[in-house]
Design a binder for this molecule. Sequence first.
Ligand code: ATP
Length: 139
Amino acid sequence: TERTLILVKPDGVQRGLSGEILRRIEAKGYTLVAVELRQATPELLEQHYEEHVGKPFYEPLVEFMLSGPTLAIVAQGERVIEGFRSLAGVTDPTTAAPGTIRGDLGRQWPTKVLQNLVHGSDSEESAAREIGIWFPGLA
Ligand code: ATP
């Protein structure tokens, strides 16, 4: 079966939503392989967000991701990569569907970056790459 990297971003941890988000992952039937509260660093974020380096929202994104701890999760299950993205909802919480993490729990913030509670890998290739960045021991 597949594995994916999930992050509860600093807005989710700060708002006390880690448990609710873990609950939704487990309720869907996925297995938790690793869960760790981590303070991101600029170096780690540059690797994680390598495709976004140089984009207008990159600096605000890094500042947001450094604003507090992140809960890093590796979850496993049948088609978990696509399945978690569907649990999360679309990137912008203002239009994410009800029933999704971003749709139910996301708020609109007056900031330059979309504070959208979670990240989930978008392909098998990025899952392997991102698990290697956050959990080198698991890769
Ligand atoms: P994620 O990868 O976080 O699960 P995603 O694949 O929908 O969601 P990406 O396009 O990879 O999002 O962007 C990474 C993150 O950068 C987003 O989750 C959001 O926090 C922020 N972001 C993306 N696009 C924008 C934008 N146009 N303006 C502000 N912030 C953005």
